[in-house]
Design a protein. Structure first.
Length: 460
C-alpha cells in the first residue's frame, strides 16, 4: 500500500503542479484545447487495450507461473491496435473541417498510444510488484515535467505540452520492459492471430464498457468545447484535475483490491463475502469526509492552484466530488464482480450506466449550461452505483443496504453542517463537519475498531 501511495501520490502531485503551470501558461482556451486532445486519446487508449489490461491483470494474479508467450502475444496485439488507431485517427482528423490547431493537438495526442501499448503495467500489477510500478510512475512524471518546463511557455505551445507527455510515457514503458527482461528473461513477442482473436473476444465486453465509462472524465470537455467554447472546456478540465488527484484513492484501491479479492476468491472463497462488505464499508467512510472537506475548501483550492481566471471551476469541482464518492464505491463492486468471473455481466451494467452518464452530461449542459455537465457526471455515476449494488447482491450474495444507509446518514450530517455553517470560514467548517462525522459513526456503530484493524492488516 505504501508503494502504491508513494508512486501514485508522487506522480499525481508532480502532475498536479504541472497542470497548474500549464493552465496558467496556456490560458483557459489553449488549455481546454489540450484537454480535448487528451480526451480523444483516452477514448482511443480504451479501444486499444483497456479491456485487455483489466483481464490480463486478473489472469496474471491468478496464475502461478510466467507464460512468456502470453505476455508477448498481448503486447504485440496492443501495439498493433495502437498503430492502427493512431494512423486512422490522424487521417480522419487531417481530412476533417476542424481548425488547424485542433488537428495538430489531436494528431499529436495519438502518438502517446504507442508507448502506452508497450507498457507492461498490467503484468507488474498482477504480480503485485508495486515498487517497480511506483518508480515507473514517478519517472514518467519527472521526465514529463522536465520537457514541459523547457518547451511550454505561452499559449502557442499546446502541441509541445502533448509531446512532453509522450516523452515521459516512453521512458516509463522502457523502464518496465527493461525490468521484465532482467527478471523474467527474454520476452517472446509473436503475432499469433489466432490468440489475438481469442483475447479480443474475451475482452470486448470490458473494453466497450470502459470505453463508454470515459464519459465521466473526457466527454465533458469535448461537449463543452464544441457547445460553448474551449474556455468552458478549460474550466471543466481544471476542476477535473483536482478530482484526478482525489481519485488517487480510487487508484490505490483498484491496484490493491483486485489482486487481493481475486486471490481470496480462488483460495479462500469462504471469506469472499465478508471481505467485500468490509472493504465497501471502509471505502465509503474514507471517501465521504474527503469529498465534503474538498467541497468546503473549493473556493480556496481553485484560485490557489489555477489562478483567479479559473473561479468558474469552483461549482464544477463541487458537483464532481459527488462523482468521486460513487466512483470509489463502484470500484469495490466492480472488482468483486470481475473476481467472481462476472466480467461480461459487469460490462453490460457499465455500458448501460455509462450511456446514461453520457446522456446526462449532454442533457445537463443543454439544460443548465456548463455547470450542468458536471452535475450530469454525478447523476450518471449514481445510476451506475444503483445498478451495480443491486447486481452485486445477487452475484456475490451481499447485503450492503444497511451499510449504505448508515454511511449516507453520516455524510448527510456533514453536508448539513457545511450548509448551515457557511459563514464560519472554511477551516472552522471543516473541523466542525469532521467532528459531526466522527460522532455520527460512533452513535450509529457503523464500523468497529476490530474492522479497522482488519482493513489495516489486509492492505498494509
Amino acid at each position: 500500500m505504501l508503494w502504491v501511495v508513494f508512486g501514485d501520490a508522487g506522480a499525481r502531485l508532480i502532475g498536479f503542479i504541472l497542470t497548474a503551470y500549464l493552465a496558467r501558461a496556456l490560458g483557459p482556451s489553449t488549455y481546454g484545447l489540450v484537454t480535448i486532445g487528451l480526451g480523444v486519446l483516452a477514448y482511443l487508449s480504451q479501444i486499444s487495450g483497456a479491456g485487455l489490461q483489466v483481464l490480463e491483470t486478473r489472469n496474471v494474479a491468478m496464475s502461478g507461473g510466467l507464460d512468456s508467450n502470453r505476455v508477448g502475444t498481448v503486447l504485440s496485439l496492443r501495439l498493433f491496435l495502437a498503430v492502427l488507431l493512431s494512423l486512422a485517427t490522424s487521417l480522419a482528423v487531417f481530412y476533417s473541417d476542424l481548425p488547424t490547431d485542433t488537428k495538430k493537438i489531436i494528431a499529436s495526442s495519438t502518438l502517446i498510444l504507442l508507448p502506452l501499448a508497450i507498457s507492461l503495467e498490467w503484468f507488474f500489477q498482477g504480480r503485485e510488484r508495486f515498487g517497480v510500478l511506483s518508480v515507473s510512475k514517478i519517472l514518467v512524471a519527472i521526465v514529463y515535467g522536465v520537457f514541459v518546463i523547457f518547451l511550454v511557455h505561452d499559449t502557442e505551445d499546446g502541441v509541445a505540452a502533448i509531446l512532453s507527455l509522450a516523452g515521459g510515457t516512453c521512458v516509463g514503458a522502457v523502464l518496465l520492459l527493461t525490468v521484465f527482461r532482467r527478471e523474467e528473461g527474454r520476452l517472446n513477442v509473436t503475432m499469433d492471430t489466432a490468440a489475438w482473436k481469442s483475447i479480443i473476444q474475451k475482452s470486448i465486453p470490458v473494453t466497450v464498457a470502459l470505453l463508454v465509462a470515459q464519459s465521466a472524465v473526457n466527454l465533458g470537455p469535448i461537449v463543452l468545447g464544441l457547445r460553448f467554447g474551449t474556455s468552458d472546456a478549460g474550466m471543466f478540465a481544471a476542476a477535473m484535475k483536482v478530482i484526478v488527484v482525489v481519485l488517487l484513492l480510487d487508484r490505490v484501491l483498484n491496484s490493491l483490491f483486485l489482486p487481493l479479492i481475486s486471490r481470496s476468491r480462488a483460495t479462500r472463497p469462504g471469506e469472499f463475502s465478508s471481505l467485500v462488505t468490509l472493504v465497501f464499508k471502509g471505502t465509503f467512510l474514507l471517501v465521504l469526509p474527503v469529498a465534503v472537506c474538498c467541497a468546503i475548501l473549493a473556493p480556496i483550492i481553485i484560485p490557489f492552484v489555477f489562478g483567479d481566471g479559473y473561479l468558474e471551476a469552483v461549482d464544477h469541482l463541487r458537483f464532481l466530488l459527488f462523482y468521486v464518492v460513487l466512483t470509489l464505491l463502484n470500484s469495490v463492486l466492480m472488482c468483486s464482480m470481475i473476481a467472481s468471473g462476472e466480467e461480461s455481466r459487469y460490462s453490460r451494467l457499465l455500458l448501460i450506466g455509462s450511456l446514461a452518464l453520457a446522456a446526462l452530461v449532454v442533457a445537463g449542459a443543454e439544460a443548465a449550461g456548463p455547470r450542468g455537465a458536471s452535475l450530469g457526471v454525478g447523476l450518471g455515476e449514481l445510476v451506475m452505483f444503483v445498478l451495480l449494488l443491486i447486481t452485486t447482491k445477487s452475484v456475490v450474495g451481499l447485503n450492503l443496504y444497511s451499510v449504505v444507509f448508515r454511511c449516507t446518514l453520516s455524510g448527510a450530517a456533514m453536508v448539513l453542517v457545511m450548509i448551515l455553517a457557511n459563514g464560519w470560514g472554511p477551516v472552522a467548517t471543516v473541523l466542525l463537519a469532521l467532528g459531526i462525522f466522527v460522532c455520527s459513526l460512533t452513535l450509529l456503530r457503523t464500523i468497529t475498531p476490530a474492522e479497522i484493524r482488519s482493513l489495516w492488516r489486509k492492505f498494509v
